[in-house]
Design a protein around this ligand. Structure first.
Ligand code: 8GP
Length: 721
């Protein structure tokens, strides 16, 4: 309808869509998962709302200049945001700093927060629209503002004008910028301020609305579920306690009962460098009342541990919320939550049996798994209209609301004409990408080649390096024998590196340097091409994923909690080339080994090496001539200029014993890549594999994930129905 109305005005809706900026309010999988969850909640008719920060600058824009990543600010609000509504009347005050005065009246302690710095949290609401069901939920993003208006600032004391402006800037800094690292902990005070700011704003608004609707907080925990999405909002635990005790005058036990029946926590990574902890001194001076509550939680908790495990100091200190001068946010989240979950089967098992084993022994009933999912309505229906129409022509449109209906496609897996239609859709999507690459990068790629796609954040554990080494090996072989019979391939990379992550930035530079060399080498007869597409974001993903033949999911087993790109590719008929890590395991359970390409060390083998040693990267270097050649090429002037440019990469593998087993898995990766090459030659069989993948992808819709959260964690049946 909108399309028709606009066309009468000579306006093309698609063009408007292209002008609109992505809201880059997250770093990678964790943030995108939340967006998929919001879409599914609205489409399933669940009253679920998102809460976050309205960053003025989202994730940086990436430019590639001379092969290097350069970061530019993402000023996404520059031309306004038509989807948001500012709700100043719903603002809240968040208190930082100051001191707590305890006043005892009638034997009851009251905690008075004095001399604090008040920050105004102003909500901006964005609609989250369900699919054809007339349901609109809300994503509420909080913006930090000074309590004083611009007018007050400039007039209350002329002499202090500059100070006043500085003050205003320091307040607004809270919602100024998204920290751009997706996998390590940022110990900056501004980050803690951001966390408390949005947690406090969100909870205050939830409690206020509940009271307005119900008159009191009666049945709060039965009607409300608050989800702690990774540890960043773990302050929900003490903040809800603060609101209940200080503002609503509940006693500790009652408040604790409500809190621990309202909150649940999802863990999204086992990388130790991502587990947040805050030094007591810093925490205490920024959040004095919250610190008192955390201390009390810790005291009560460790006392109960002492009763259970008398004398076991190591265990108690591991489980304690506060130890060695730090507040451990994971521990706080687990202690204060009703349920704790991981995001794929293998990840949850690792949490239970290793990372959180002591907590699992203490609270086995809290732990459960919720395998991630993605919204098929964005990543299939919208992103890939050609394939969606082919699917709907075959099985009708029910799959849009009930994605497991995609199974009906299995009926057609041996149907020649359907296989051809699937192949036509893929070719069409590949031609769109081919044109984009020609237009944007002036690179001609072979539309009929295998599109081998590796797109995600750049990180050592995701092993973009292993992909690069395979290409280098292929190139070395082609140089030796230009007539080598290989299926032409286009290697496509995209992804951002955290600005401070030097190794990841070097990997980007290596990809681009290799691309320049290979793409311009006439001798290899255009059999391989490499392209790094800059500024990976959701809009680009929507073009790249439908065009992929191979989905690279090659993380070191045990490290990728789930992955969600793997699911998006599968839905679009790309075949997974991956390790048995994260949700790849469940993809394998769905489609079987015969419909994907699995290789490499298993998670238990990796963990065994970490625990017991026994891996020696030099050994691989000395025994695999391909590896020796590739690694030497990194530092011997093979890339002509700057022979030392890739020394850090070389050292990470040989000097630091290859933490992510790139060299160890290389050989099995190369063998599996050869298998891909061979299998692609039999188009009929390949298309059948694609159909198998699409048909089995329904279970990876976030509709399934959200239904599980709703029933088993938020207990929505009891609460809402
Ligand atoms: C990511 C995981 O790395 C990814 O495997 C998973 O699919 C995704 O979350 C959604 O569950 N985790 C993070 O991005 C993450 O944990 N980030 C915080 C450490 C900052």
């Amino acid at each position: 309808m909108a399309k028709e109305a606009l066309s009468e005005l000579d306006i093309d809706l698609d063009m408007i869509e292209h002008i609109e900026h992505d809201a880059g309010l997250g770093n990678g999988g964790l943030g995108r998962l939340a967006a998929c969850f919001l879409e599914s909640m609205a489409s399933l008719g669940i009253a679920g709302h998102g809460c976050g920060i309205r960053y003025k600058y989202g994730l940086f824009e990436q430019k590639i200049i001379n092969g290097f990543q350069v970061e530019l600010p993402d000023n996404w609000l520059k031309n306004g945001n038509v989807w948001e509504i500012r709700k100043s009347d719903k603002s809240v005050v968040v208190k930082f700093g100051g001191n707590i005065r305890i006043q005892t009246t009638n034997g009851k302690d009251e905690f008075i927060h004095e001399n604090y710095e008040p920050i105004l949290g102003v909500p901006y609401d964005m609609p989250v629209i369900g699919y054809k069901n007339e349901i609109v939920n809300t994503l509420r993003l909080w913006s930090a503002e000074s309590e004083k208006s611009d007018f007050d600032l400039s007039s209350f004391n002329k002499g202090d004008y500059q100070k006043a402006v500085e003050y205003k800037n320091s307040v607004e800094a809270i919602s100024q910028i998204l920290y751009p690292d997706d996998s390590s902990y940022e110990g900056k005070i501004l980050r803690l301020k951001q966390q408390y700011f949005f947690v406090s704003s969100g909870l205050q608004s939830i409690v206020r609305r509940y009271k307005k609707k119900n008159g009191s907080l009666e049945n709060f925990a039965e009607k409300i579920a608050v989800h702690i999405n990774d540890t960043h909002p773990a302050l929900c635990v003490p903040e809800l306690m603060r609101i209940l005790i200080d503002e609503e005058h509940f006693g500790w036990d009652e408040a604790w009962d409500i809190t621990t029946n309202t909150l649940s926590y999802t863990n999204h990574t086992i990388l130790p460098e991502a587990l947040e902890k805050w030094p007591i001194d810093l925490f205490k001076s920024l959040l004095p009342r919250i610190y008192m509550i955390v201390e009390e939680i810790n005291e009560r908790f460790t006392k109960s541990l002492w009763d259970k495990y008398p004398g076991n100091w190591d265990l108690i200190s591991d489980l304690a919320v506060i130890s060695n001068g730090n507040i451990k946010m994971v521990n706080l989240a687990i202690v204060g939550s009703k349920y704790v979950n991981g995001v794929a089967k293998i990840h949850t098992e690792i949490l239970k049996n290793k990372v959180m084993n002591n907590f699992y022994n203490l609270y086995p009933h809290k732990f459960n798994n919720k395998t991630n999912g993605v919204t098929h309505r964005r990543f299939l229906l919208k992103a890939n209209p050609k394939l969606s129409n082919t699917i709907s022509d075959a099985i009708g449109t029910k799959w849009i609301e009930k994605p497991t209906e995609l199974m009906k496609l299995l009926k057609f897996k041996d149907d020649q004409s359907f296989r051809e239609k699937i192949a036509i859709a893929k070719r069409y999507n590949k031609s769109i990408l081919t044109k984009y690459i020609k237009d944007e990068y002036n690179l001609v790629i072979d539309e009929t080649s295998i599109f081998d796609v590796h797109i995600k954040r750049i990180h050592a554990y995701k092993r973009q390096l292993m992909n690069v080494f395979h290409i280098m090996d292929l190139y070395n072989r082609l140089k030796e024998n230009p007539n080598l019979d290989i299926t032409p391939r286009t290697f496509i990379f995209a992804g951002k590196a955290a600005p401070g992550y030097v190794l990841a930035k070097d990997i980007i530079k290596l990809i681009n340097t290799l691309a320049f060399k290979v793409n311009n080498d006439k001798l290899i007869k255009d059999k391989i091409k490499i392209i790094f597409i800059e500024n990976y974001n959701v809009t680009l993903a929507e073009m790249l994923i439908p065009a992929a033949d191979i989905s690279e999911q090659i993380s070191t087993a045990s490290k990728e909690a789930s992955g969600t790109g793997n699911m998006k590719f599968m839905m679009n008929g790309a075949l997974t080339l991956g390790t048995l890590d994260g949700a790849n395991v469940e993809i394998k359970d769905e489609v079987g080994y015969e419909n994907m390409f699995i290789f490499g060390l298993k998670a238990d083998e990796v963990i065994h090496y970490y625990d017991n040693g026994g891996y020696n990267a030099w050994h691989v270097y000395n025994h695999d001539y391909r590896i020796k050649k590739i690694l030497n090429q990194l530092v011997d002037g093979f890339f002509e200029h700057e022979p030392e440019e890739f020394r850090l990469i070389y050292d990470s593998l040989l000097g630091h014993n290859d933490e992510f087993f790139v060299l160890k898995d290389f050989s099995s990766y190369v063998d599996t890549q050869s298998l891909v090459d061979e299998k692609y030659r039999d188009k009929q069989r390949w298309n059948k594999m694609c159909i198998n993948n699409i048909a089995h992808s329904g279970i990876f819709s976030s509709d399934r994930t959200i239904s599980e959260y709703a029933k088993q964690i938020w207990e929505i049946n009891d609460k809402w129905l």
